[in-house]
Design a protein around this ligand. Structure first.
Ligand code: MD6
Ligand code: FE
Length: 228
């Protein structure tokens, strides 16, 4: 009788554990302040891509120019109250899309919820992004090592979602010369990044050729931030 009750209890504990395994995302440690949520957006990536198509219908992807005068190999657009831009006069956030002279498209609820939930899973419970920078990589496109320092509040993390072709993410240290870790990012992976490594150097190695069922010949990366 007693043994039987114990078995029932144990059976219930087991099934709760199973529920948690399904409900809680797998959190991989990358570095202090940086975690990788593998396949976090697996089930929502088609809907995310549909949102991107709507955004690019009003603010198309374009190759911006760096302050030094180089055309970026990555094509970019934005959604949200502000957007990240670069031209000969510098890097900055702007409330207007310089191509259209109008506001950037609204940040869809699906995307801001996904980013807030991912941040909460990574230990940042009150993250509410006001900008989503969308990067599109064709084969050969790359992002040189850089720091993200155009935001006002470095206490807020950045949430980064990868879609489509795999890429090698380089995660360095606080000095440009620190040797970077190399992390392979797959479609649906999310990195949440803040804390002591908020200003770490990072970049993307040149994208290898490939075809992905979701995005064809591209990789798309969304970074959610509090820029205001
Ligand atoms: C990319 N990402 O993954 C470029 N920056 O295409 C970034 O530059 C980045 O993924 C800050 C935090 C997360 C990132
Ligand atoms: Fe960055």
């Amino acid at each position: 009788m007693v043994l039987n009750d114990f078995n029932k209890l144990e059976a219930r504990a087991m099934s709760q554990q199973e529920i948690f395994e399904v409900a809680l995302p797998k959190v991989e440690h990358v570095a202090a302040g940086a975690v990788l949520l593998r396949s976090y957006a697996e089930t929502s990536q088609a809907a995310v891509l549909e949102s991107i198509h709507q955004i690019e219908a009003s603010s198309p992807f374009r190759h911006m120019v760096t302050p030094g005068g180089f055309r970026m190999s990555v094509a970019m657009t934005n959604a949200g109250r502000i957007g990240w831009v670069t031209d000969r006069s510098g890097y900055r956030y702007s409330p207007l899309d310089p191509l259209s002279g109008r506001a950037w498209p609204h940040l869809p609820g699906l995307l801001s919820r996904l980013a807030s939930d991912a941040a909460a899973s990574a230990g940042f419970p009150s993250f509410e992004p006001d900008v989503c920078l969308i990067n599109r990589y064709a084969p050969g496109a790359r992002m040189a090592l850089h720091q993200d320092k155009d935001e006002r509040d470095f206490d807020q993390p950045i949430v980064s979602l990868s879609l489509g072709l795999p890429a090698t993410f380089m995660f360095g240290g606080l000095k440009r010369t620190d040797k970077p870790l190399r992390i392979r990012l797959l479609s649906g992976d999310v990195i949440v990044w803040g804390g002591v490594n908020r200003l770490a150097y990072h970049g993307i190695a040149p994208l290898p050729k490939g075809v992905h069922p979701l995005t064809g010949a591209f990789r798309i990366n969304l970074t959610f931030r509090c820029g205001l």
